[in-house]
Each structure stands twice: as C-alpha cells, then as structure tokens.
Design a protein around this ligand. Structure first.
Ligand code: 26V
Length: 812
C-alpha cells in the first residue's frame, strides 16, 4: 500500500488515542505495540474482506492446510514489510519520538508448535499469500504454547508459556462461525425414512469450537489469507447442563496446552481429543463455506483441497466421510471418491517411534462414529486389495492391526497424494518405510522438498546482507529468488567479498552484545561462530558436537600454547520434558561450557553458549551471525531440516552428513563449498542389515576419541556424575544407537578443514557468497508453487497479485 509518513503519524496517534484514551506519548511499550498492531489491522481490513469475497465470487479453489502446529514468529515487522510500509512506519515512529525496535521486540512470539513442522506450516502460509494462492491454515489456539525453557544449574526447567497474557492483537474472534464438535457418548444407526440409515447420537459431550482468525498478508500484493485457530468453549445453550465447574474446565482443557513432544508418540486421550477437535471444527467450517458456492457436492474436490500436515489431523478423512454420509446423505462410494480427491498428506518423519497409532478401544470410546467409519474403510481396503495384491501386502497396509489404528496408513489410503519433505526422505519412504504402500499406490508417492520464506529469514532478519545483495544485483531476486545466483558473478570481487565479511562481522558483534547482555559471557566476534540450533534429540547428535568440544579442550589442556582457531560454540535447543536422555545432554553441554568458559588456559580458544528458550525470535538473531551451520544428524534420520536452508541463505557454511535436504544443498552449492562427513544412508542401512556395528571396538581402538569419552566420567567435567555416565554408557555399553563414535573421526577431520579455511578470510567469504547465491531454490515460494500445481491444483489469483513484479520461474 502507499502511505506517507505524515499520514502514518496521524493514523498512529489516532489509533493510540482511541485505544487508550491517552496521549500517544504517554503510553507503555506494550500499549504502543497494540496501537500499532491495531492500525495494521485497520489498514488491511478492506483487503482481507475483499480477498475473501473474491474467492466466493469467483468460486476459486481454496486450500486448507491442517496442522496441529504453527510457529508464525512475531508478526509486526513481517506484516508491515509485506504491506510495503515498514520503512514508513519506522520513520514515522521515530519522528514521534518512539523506538520501533523496542516496540517490535515487545511482541510475544507465539510458540504454537514444537519445531520444524510448525515453522514449515508458517513459512507456507507466508508463501501462499505471497503467491496469491487461496490457502488457509487450520490449527489450534492453544492457551499455553510450547514451554519456556530456563536453565537452573545447567538443567532444563520448563515454565508455562502464557502467551495470551496481554491479548493477541492479530486475532479476530469470529463467534459467528463457531461450530459444535461432539465427542464421547454412543452412536447407533436407524432407518432415515428414505431407505437409508442415519446415526443417532446419545450422551455426547458437545463442545463449542470458536475460530480466531489471523490475517496472513502477502508480500507486495493484495492477497490476504486466513490462519484460523480454534478454541474450545462451553456451548452457551448447554451451560446449565454442566453443573460442575470441573466439567466446564474439562472442555476448555482441550485447547489448553500444546503437547511438547515431537518425537515420541504417546497415546494420550487428551491429544486425541485435540486432534479430533481441530479436524471436526475445520471440516465443518469448510463445508459450511462451500455452501456459499452453490455447487453440487460432487464438485467439492474441484473447489477444496485439504492438506494433512503429518498424521496428526488424519481424522479429516473419516470426518469428511461422516459429513458426506450422515449429513449430506451421499452413498459410500461417492463420499469416498470425494474424500480421496480432496485430501493429501505430508509425512515428516522417518522415526518409527514418532509414527502415530491409536488404540482401537480409545477411539471407539471417544469417537464412536469415527471408529465405525475407519473400520469400514479398512474392511473395504482388505476386501478390494486382497484379490489384487494377496494377503501379505493387504495385511501390512491395513489400517487396523493388533488393536491399533495406524494413522499413516489411514492417511495414505484416504488421500490422493503422499509426499516426503526432501528427495532422500521421499525415496526412503517409497523404498523402505512405506514400500508396501508404494507398490499398491505408486502414483500417490511424490517429493516436495521443504523451503523457507526468504522474507523473514533474510530480508527482515539480515537487512545489511539484503542491502548488499540488492546493491550488487538489483532487487529482482526478492520476488524471483532464483536470481540470487547472479551473485556468483561476484566471487572474484574483492570489494563485494570484503563487504560480505564486514556484514557478517556486524551481525556477530550484535549477537556477541546480546550474549553478553543475556548470559554475562564475553565472546570475541572475530572468532568462528559455530551454530547448532534445533530441537534436542539423540538422532540430531548434539552430543557429537559435545565430544568435539571436549576433544579441543583436552588438546588445550595438554598443550596450552597450542595454535587453535578460536571458536564460539552456540547451541539453542529445547528437550521434550519427558525425554530424559535429551535433558541429560543439555546438562552435559552446559557443564562442559562451565568448565571451558572459566578455564584461563582456554581463553578465547573455546567459548560455549547455550541459549535458553530457543525459538523463532532467537533464530532470527542467531542465524545472520553464523559462520558454520551444524547439520550433523545420522544419515537417514532427519526428514529434511529447514534450519540448514536458513543458515545457508545467511552465508553460513554447512557442516553436514548426507541427510535430509543437506543432500540437495550439496547438489546446488557443490561439495567443495561445504564440509561433508560421516556415514551415508546406505552405509547405515548396511550396518542395520548385518548387525556388525561395535562402538566398543571403536572406543578401544581410538585413543583420541577414548580420551574425550572418558572425560564424561573421570571427573574432568565436574557435576555430571550421573549424566556423564548415562551418556557414556549409551555410547559404549548400549552400542551407540546413532553411530556417534563411528562418525567422530571424519567429523573432527571436517572441522579441521573448516578451521584451516577460516584462516583464509577471502576464501571463506567466497564460499559464503556461493552459499548465499545457491540458496534461491530453497525459497518456500517454489515449494508452494509445486504443491499448488502438482497436488492441490490451486491457481494463483492474478487479480490479487498484480502488484507483483515477477513471475516465479523455476530454478534450474
Ligand atoms: C510428532 C509427534 C509425535 C507424536 C507426539 C506429538 C508429535 C508432535 C509433533 C511431531 C512432529 C514430528 C515431525 C517433525 O517435526 N518433523 C520435522 O519436520 C520438518 C519439516 O518437514 C523437517 O524439516 C524435519 O527434518 C523433521 O524432523
């Protein structure tokens, strides 16, 4: 939008004064933030309404992205930026004597997700709006987000995340669109008088699902989509039925808190309630909206695409069937055809323990009608497939096995597409984990490599680098990310390389100041910043990095005069509260930090910083300052990774195994511009097959590694008697599930190459430049374009995107 600074100032004052009945210069920072957020809302109100109306008028196909998690990050800056008025607002506020930075940082960061899966959903929201694709999010408005992490004595402690304390300026409560979700009770079928059957529900619990709508504003266009988050409430007409407060509390409990585990599936009743609550509210609301199109029901798949983000919302499939059968009175075959054509599913994990299954008894009791429908889907699957594929394949693909409902099986059978999130991951799904399904439904399997929004992760997080790029190659890359490759032409320009090094140094200085302010630790901004930021999990191998640090420390102790490239090891990671081993790794790393940070022999050679409460906002500060990006999971375990893409985009060099999207990063950037090490997926699978791995043998034959491992248990690092021992035993006694010992030598060797390269400032900057220049293909805009073309068949809305400067050519 076009807006003068003068007009903005006038509008801001008015917004503040009507909201707080006070002069604009007398408010708190929080009030300033709310006045500004409110103003943004009024600015976009018409466009938001227009976009919604446009979709209805033109009867366009709309995408609904169902996800139990969204991690949008702070939205003020990103909204202003996408609207094209960020600089105007900054200038206006400054002229009013207000500090934009302070205001922006006062915004809470909604932690409605665990990690990669939730952040991906939010990057996708940004890309859908920016491409003008009618695509909405459907999620849960958790009263409490992911816990706030603190360290006490080096141990993780979890505190509740009361993110709604001061309200949420971006949301609109749409009570008009509330729907009822029924759980529990009994259901039986009776003749409906027209020759069919209808379900009769008895003693159900009725829950009011109230949507809170948040705008998702496109970049440089007038396309505004909706993130609809559902909240559970007591239905007003039933208030007197729930005579006890506990009953009422039980209802609200459904949307009370996000489950903080992202790897270990646990069949908790409340989680199942959450999943059905999201699904039922979302599907009802979509079909209600569809009625506005006045089209026959058979056209649903032409106008609606429902995407299932991992299996968590897989009940979409039986819920859509329920409505089509019970309420719309369609035949099974017609309903099934519509459901399959409407739904698509993304798998996000290769870990067996993260695959969702629900006990039959639990589903029967909580969701009796869902169970009947799932059972019938399963029965028909077996009936139809047995003659075609035989018993073995039919059994292994069936939805109900040994009293458990396999949600991935339901998702594949009930949708027309299943994709993985990086090429390697998609191949492993097809060839290993879900091979039986791939044999039955080869046409359903496809890959959609993840992507990230460069707007948040570069334009906004790293304005200096953004300026450098634009100064040299012009602004075209901002709307056409493949254009970033033009930067490669500057590989030999001393001027550009020096400026790039300077920008990195500035970002590191800012991060160093932040570290000092928040941890009291002083770090040298000219040291190499080595960054590992992601959830804490054994397969991600933060403990491999811990052993690396110990190895360096022991070298220094042996020879305090040693010439060693100074490094700052930076970690950010939350462990699931119930994941004891992950918490023990946190304690061990903190304990190592305590020793090395305070040992005068070490000085600046090693510093260890473990940030508390890692999340989107911290990532925005750390990523622009990274020299090395640690992507060191055991090959074959990380589905994709997206932090790897963000760090590369900001000029970090990747230290990586050939896992997830690292493989594609290698393909684009070239292996000479990163540090590869470790076992390949094939080698890992080979070990699984022949069972010959012996970590003890490695321990006993590798004195350098032995020394680092022994330091966990010999008192070198105090205060980890228990944690050090657990870690040690897991790696030696219990044969090192994630092959940490096997990869240690090649990791250390790759780190040495990094040190050597870092000494040659120019060579490092060259590689950094090539990394930035090669990261265009990882724009989520491309990923979304592929989802839209190949899975959803959804069209960008030209009328809403005419401001756009460029079309999105595919990267080569
Ligand atoms: C799993 C579970 C398991 C049951 C309990 C609750 C719960 C909650 C979340 C999850 C999600 C696990 C899957 C996940 O986050 N995968 C990550 O997805 C990223 C985006 O595709 C990808 O980059 C990461 O490699 C992958 O680990």
């Amino acid at each position: 939008m076009s807006l003068s600074v003068e007009q903005f100032k006038k509008d801001y004052k008015k917004s503040f004064e009507t909201m707080f009945v006070n002069s604009y210069d007398e408010g708190s920072v929080d009030q300033q933030f709310h006045a500004l957020g409110n103003l943004v809302r009024t600015y976009i109100a018409d466009e938001w309404r227009n976009a919604r109306q446009h979709y209805i008028d033109k009867k366009v196909k709309q995408v609904y992205y169902f996800s139990m998690e969204f991690l949008p990050g702070r939205q003020l800056k990103s909204n202003l930026y996408n609207m094209g008025i960020l600089d105007t607002a900054k200038e206006g506020l400054e002229e009013l004597g207000l500090d934009f930075k302070t205001i922006a940082e006062s915004e809470v960061d909604p932690g409605l997700g665990n990690g990669g899966l939730g952040r991906l959903a939010s990057c996708f929201m940004d890309s859908m709006a920016s491409l003008g694709i009618p695509g909405h999010g459907s999620g849960i408005r958790y009263r409490y987000g992911l816990f706030q992490q603190k360290f006490i004595d080096g141990y993780q402690v979890e505190l509740p995340d009361n993110w709604l304390r001061n309200g949420n300026v971006w949301e609109v409560r749409n009570s008009n669109d509330a729907v009822i979700v029924r759980i529990g009770g009994n259901v039986w079928m009776r003749p409906d008088g027209t020759g069919g059957l209808e379900p009769v529900y008895e003693n159900t619990k009725n829950i009011l699902a109230v949507p809170y709508d948040i705008p998702s504003i496109g970049y440089n266009n007038v396309s505004i989509n909706t993130l609809r988050l559902w909240s559970a409430e007591l239905p007003p007409e039933e208030e007197d039925k729930y005579f006890s407060i506990e009953e009422a509390e039980k209802i609200k409990e459904i949307t009370e808190v996000l489950y903080p585990d992202d790897s270990n599936y646990e069949g908790r009743l409340l989680r199942l309630k959450q999943e059905y609550f999201l699904v039922s509210a979302g599907v009802q609301s979509i079909l209600r909206h569809y009625k506005k199109y006045n089209l026959p029901r058979k056209n649903i798949p032409d106008k609606i695409a429902i995407h299932i983000n991992d299996t968590h919302p897989a009940l979409v499939i039986p819920e859509l069937m329920r409505i089509l059968l019970d309420e719309e009175k369609l035949s099974w075959d017609k309903a099934w055809e519509i459901t399959k054509k409407t739904c698509s599913y993304t798998n996000h994990t290769l870990l067996r323990e993260a695959m969702e299954t629900w006990p039959v008894d639990m589903v029967k009791e909580l969701l009796p009608r869902m169970y009947q429908i799932i059972e019938e889907i399963n029965r028909r699957h077996i009936e139809k497939k047995t003659p075609l594929y035989g018993r073995r394949l039919t059994n292994s693909t069936s939805i109900i096995q040994n009293g458990q409902i396999h949600m991935a099986h339901l998702s594949i059978i009930g949708s027309h597409s299943i994709n993985g999130v990086a090429q390697l991951h998609s191949n492993l799904l097809k060839d290993e984990v879900l091979a039986d399904f791939a044999e039955m439904y080869p046409y359903k399997f496809n890959n959609k490599t993840n992507g990230i929004t460069q707007r948040r992760w570069l334009h906004l997080a790293n304005p200096e680098l953004t300026e450098l790029i634009t100064d040299n190659i012009g602004p075209e890359w901002k709307t056409n990310p493949a254009e970033l490759k033009v930067l490669k032409g500057y590989e030999k320009s001393d001027e550009v390389l020096e400026r790039l090094a300077e920008v990195k140094l500035h970002n590191k200085q800012r991060l160093a100041a932040y570290i000092q302010e928040h941890t009291g630790l002083k770090v040298d901004p000219t040291a190499l910043f080595d960054v590992q930021i992601k959830r804490l999990h054994a397969y991600k191998r933060q403990h491999l990095q811990a052993l690396h640090i110990l190895d360096r420390y022991l070298q220094i102790k042996e020879n305090p005069e040693i010439d060693m490239q100074p490094r700052v090891f930076i970690f950010g990671a939350k462990a699931a509260p119930s994941y004891l081993y992950a918490k023990q790794i946190i304690k061990v790393i903190n304990a190592i930090g305590e020793v090395v940070n305070n040992d005068p022999d070490v000085g600046d050679k090693i510093k260890v910083v473990f940030f508390e409460n890692y999340g989107v906002s911290l990532a925005e500060k750390i990523i622009p300052a990274a020299d090395i990006s640690e992507q060191i999971s055991l090959a074959g375990k990380e589905a994709s990774g997206t932090g790897n893409m963000k760090l590369m985009l900001n000029g970090a060099l990747t230290m990586a195994t050939l896992d997830g999207a690292n493989v594609e990063i290698r393909d684009y950037v070239g292996e000479e511009n990163m540090f590869l090490f470790g076992l390949t997926t094939e080698e890992v699978y080979e070990y699984y097959r022949n069972g010959t791995y012996s970590s003890r043998e490695i321990y006993e034959s590798n004195p350098r590694l032995k020394r680092a491992l022994d330091a966990l248990v010999d008192g070198t690092i105090p205060n980890i008697e228990e944690e050090g021992r657990v870690l040690f035993d897991s790696l030696i006694q219990y044969n090192d599930e994630y092959f940490v010992l096997k990869d240690f030598d090649s990791f250390i060797e790759a780190q040495k190459r990094a040190d050597e390269l870092y000494r040659d400032k120019k060579a490092w900057s060259q590689k950094s430049l090539i990394n930035i220049a090669s990261s265009g293909p990882f724009s989520a805009d491309y990923t979304i374009q592929r989802y839209a073309d190949e899975i959803w068949k959804a069209q960008p809305q030209g009328e809403l995107t005419e401001n756009r400067v460029h079309s999105f050519d595919e990267p080569i």
